[in-house]
Design a protein. Structure first.
Length: 85
């Protein structure tokens, strides 16, 4: 079954990769689409800071989240963190 590009995807962290302040093992994170990062085996997730950062894709596994649970997960950057750097 093909998924639509606009559908939010989720991953579960399986390794904090040395970023314990930013990633929690066994926690679910929203993925921000980034084709360039994916081509380099990275994934952009909204981490514990509320910002979207790149991490090695091997730190996560893709998961399906029921719609009721997905409503509880962040899917967008917070206004404070969405400004350009």
């Amino acid at each position: 079954m093909a998924s639509r590009k606009s559908k939010t995807s989720y991953v579960m962290c399986v390794d904090s990769g040395g970023y314990p302040e930013s990633l929690e093992i066994r926690k679910v994170y929203s993925v921000v689409p980034d084709d360039l990062a994916a081509a380099r085996n990275y994934i952009r997730v909204i981490d514990e800071t509320g910002e979207a950062y790149l991490y090695p894709a091997k730190l996560f596994v893709p998961i399906e989240v029921p719609a009721d649970a997905a409503r509880l997960l962040p899917t967008k950057l917070t206004p404070r963190n969405s400004r350009p750097r």
